[in-house]
Write a protein that binds this ligand. Sequence first.
Ligand SMILES: [Zn+2]
Length: 145
Amino acid sequence: MKEKICVTRPYRFCAAHRLHTNALPDDVNRKIYDKCNNPNGHGHNYTVFVTVTGELDPKTGDVTDVEALDRLVNRKIVERFDHRHLNHDPAFQQVVTTGENLVKFIWDELVNDVPVGQLEKIGLIETRDNYFEYQESVLSEPQAT
Ligand SMILES: [Zn+2]
């Protein structure tokens, strides 16, 4: 079995949003999203967990470059969302700002730009009781023989 070592860094941003989809009538939106459908929106103190895996460098004992990862996540995620209204972001004009869609978006933004190692998982705390995760399936495609 191959070993896997992961490093997870937390990042925080505060943002407003409103759960609403134009694909459904207003009364259905109110029923599905309840108080999160409030037209004035509401805010969260989000915490994003970015997990990276990689080859253990025997000299440094590291699997990634934490400072470079911090620069990437701060530039692409924290600066983009902190103290903003997520529904006004171009990425969420047709996509509801649920935690599920946010973790998927954050994964897509980071996956090709991790400086050292590979992205393993994105976690997102939205509220005390809402935690979301995104990772690619560990099952590999069947190999043609
Ligand atoms: Zn909310």
